[in-house]
Design a protein around this ligand. Structure first.
Ligand SMILES: NC(=O)c1ccc[n+]([C@@H]2O[C@H](COP(=O)([O-])OP(=O)(O)OC[C@H]3O[C@@H](n4cnc5c(N)ncnc54)[C@H](OP(=O)(O)O)[C@@H]3O)[C@@H](O)[C@H]2O)c1
Length: 306
């Protein structure tokens, strides 16, 4: 069963699993990318308890937010049943901006406000539940970035603000300039990318009592590829554990492994396939034994704990 979690003392309540929209326009079958198909998938997710959608201005090279908007416009009442997370700050050369020559970050106040207003317009919504600064921009001061986020909060255009891919120092600095504390750090976290448990980002979330969001929980699909040496070791370990966990597969154990971490990460599901989303929902009920959690850690690393 998918529970709901307040992601920060001052933050919104999200579903324990989140649906990620990065790849929704990449499906080999264009019929799966139509507004109707997307709305059906979002509704199927909501029916399973996955009510939170993660997107970003840049997804689909700036086309995904519009696609979400086209889907939501088919049933305007559905908007009130979900929470929408989006991100701003990454600008790459593309068909809409032939003048742009170099991919860059920009999280100045003016740019953040312009991006958020565009996200609202593209998705046809009045308020963004959570706006994240997608990546730290080394050329913008924390005062500047906070000014943009604080204005959007004050104007009611966003309900809460957070960051993604920030290290602990960058998080502390921006947080110190905010009128309302940041509510999350969305970070890459999986069996094949354990940095957050070593670099302090997951600990920092616990210190602030905020929940991290975990992106690429299956390492962009590499975890399911047995030709990858670490993935192959994990497949063997999953085969050993499967019977004990009611026939669980590696993808399910990988989600359970992330969710077991005490920082309580909210994994963001990346598949376009409904049957795979249904399998992930079952993973939310798996409670890994301590030795099995460490057994998966060991299989991923290829060696035991120090
Ligand atoms: N903040 C950031 O910087 C950032 C960066 C990246 C992603 N994200 C967010 O995180 C979300 C998830 O990331 P992700 O898409 O990389 O997630 P992921 O789950 O790690 O990878 C998804 C990929 O794995 C494949 N896959 C999923 N289940 C599978 C299975 N059982 N067997 C074989 N292949 C499987 C999917 O293909 P199928 O569709 O064919 O199943 C898809 O190609 C994104 O949608 C986005 O919202 C955020």
């Amino acid at each position: 069963m998918i529970t709901r979690q307040k992601i920060a003392p001052n933050g919104p309540e999200f579903s324990r699993l989140i649906y990620g929209t990065w790849r929704i326009l990449d499906d080999a079958d264009p019929a799966n990318c139509s507004p109707q198909a997307l709305l059906s998938r979002f509704k199927a997710c909501a029916d399973m308890g996955i009510t939170t959608l993660d997107t970003a201005e840049i997804y689909g090279v700036y086309k995904v937010e519009e696609a979400i908007g086209s889907a939501l416009r088919l049933d305007p009442a559905f908007r009130s049943k979900i929470e929408i997370v989006t991100k701003c700050g990454i600008y790459i050369p593309c068909e809409f901006h032939p003048d742009r020559k170099v991919a860059h970050y920009n999280v100045t106040a003016a740019r953040i406000i312009k991006s958020a207003e565009k996200s609202l317009r593209f998705m046809g919504i009045d308020e963004i539940d959570l706006l994240l600064v997608h990546r730290p921009d080394w050329l913008t001061s924390a005062d500047e970035t906070a000014e943009g986020l604080n204005k959007l909060l004050k104007d009611g255009k966003i309900r809460s603000a957070g960051v993604s891919n920030y290290n602990t120092h960058q998080f502390d600095l921006l947080n110190s300039r905010m009128d309302q504390p940041l509510v999350t750090n969305q970070i890459e976290f999986s069996l094949l990318h354990m940095d957050p448990i070593f670099d302090g980002t997951a600990d920092q979330c616990q210190r602030h009592r905020i929940l991290p969001m975990a992106w690429s929980p299956l390492a962009k699909g590499v975890l399911m590829d047995k030709t990858d040496p670490a993935a192959a070791r994990l497949h063997a370990k999953a085969a050993e554990l499967s019977a004990k966990y009611n026939g669980a597969t590696l993808d399910q154990l990988a989600y359970a492994w992330i969710m077991a971490h005490p920082s309580c990460p909210l994994p963001i599901i990346g598949t376009n396939k409904l049957e795979r989303i249904q399998a992930v929902v079952k993973a939310a009920d798996i409670r890994l034994d301590r030795e099995d959690w460490y057994g998966l850690w060991e299989a991923a690393k290829g060696h035991g704990v120090p």
